[in-house]
Design a protein around this ligand. Structure first.
Ligand SMILES: [Zn+2]
Length: 168
């Protein structure tokens, strides 16, 4: 019995330390809409639906709530970092940013939790902070697919925070 107890405790500890704290906050009972990114909440999940969002934003009895993605973005809770550098990046910024924005839209179509929090440029490297580890990885892969270059992933302990490096 003691063994079982240990196992359970260990599992719980891992769960608590690696879990995304924003995923567990209380959910609204019915429909809701996020006034910041216009994602909608229905059937216990957030998703993108522009028409429904407009309708819910106008409805008086529907709560206007910041979605988990927007809360993370506003509180700068980054779980992914994409580092972009190299000569090719410097000379193809516009094309590359267009690709990144397209990819973000696609990811948000699947789950509005995926957002870019901030883009920081230190002259050599541009750092894109993302609300999810998934989005940083997805952007890195998209860059590599389109332009090759060097792609590297580095995970933190617990695998919940990823640093993605793309250089060309
Ligand atoms: Zn939102």
């Amino acid at each position: 019995m003691a063994k079982k107890g240990d196992k359970w405790l260990k599992h719980t500890w891992e769960f608590e330390t690696t879990e995304d704290p924003y995923a567990m906050k209380e959910a609204p009972a019915g429909e809701a809409v996020c006034p910041r990114c216009k994602s909608v909440f229905k059937d216990k999940r957030w998703f993108m639906d522009e028409e429904l969002a407009e309708e819910l934003l106008e409805a008086e009895n529907v709560p206007k709530l910041l979605c988990p993605g927007c809360r993370k973005a506003l509180e700068s809770y980054a779980m992914g970092y994409l580092y972009i550098s190299g000569e090719f990046w410097k000379t193809h910024r516009d094309d590359i940013m267009r690709l990144i924005n397209n990819e973000v839209e696609k990811a948000r179509g699947l789950n509005p939790l995926h957002q870019i929090i901030n883009i920081v440029d230190d002259g050599e490297t541009t750092i894109i902070e993302t609300t999810t580890d998934h989005l940083a990885q997805r952007l890195g892969r998209a860059l590599y697919r389109a332009y090759k270059g060097d792609l590297e992933f580095r995970w933190s302990k617990g695998d919940k925070l990823v640093r993605v490096y793309w250089k060309r």
